[in-house]
Ligand binder design. Structure first.
Ligand SMILES: [Zn+2]
Length: 97
């Protein structure tokens, strides 16, 4: 019984060791802690991960934080733009009649 227990313990220790070694090897090849570099601020960037709401800029299609966006209220709806330029070009294209 004691032999069985000790062999089980040995097995657990061995598995743990192998696992630790494998993980170390994997980390070695992969480099230290995976750092996710943001997609940048270019057009078509992914929506910001930070809290708060995001809305899509109808001009360039970029996601912008509703807190930081350039807003335009139209027909009771608030539109969010990434920049003054986008808002202006939206207003220009909307005004044409
Ligand atoms: Zn835009």
């Amino acid at each position: 019984m004691i032999d069985l227990l000790s062999s089980i313990l040995d097995a657990i220790v061995a598995v743990t060791l192998i696992w630790a070694i494998l993980r170390a090897v994997r980390n070695f090849f992969r480099g230290p802690a995976q750092t996710f570099v943001g997609a940048g601020k270019g057009r078509g960037a992914a929506p910001p991960a930070a809290g708060g709401e995001t809305a899509r800029d109808p001009v360039c299609g970029m996601f912008v934080s509703t807190e930081l966006s350039h807003r335009l209220v139209e027909d009771g709806k608030t539109l969010h733009f990434c920049s003054e330029e986008c808002r202006e070009s939206y207003q220009k294209s909307a005004v044409k009649a």
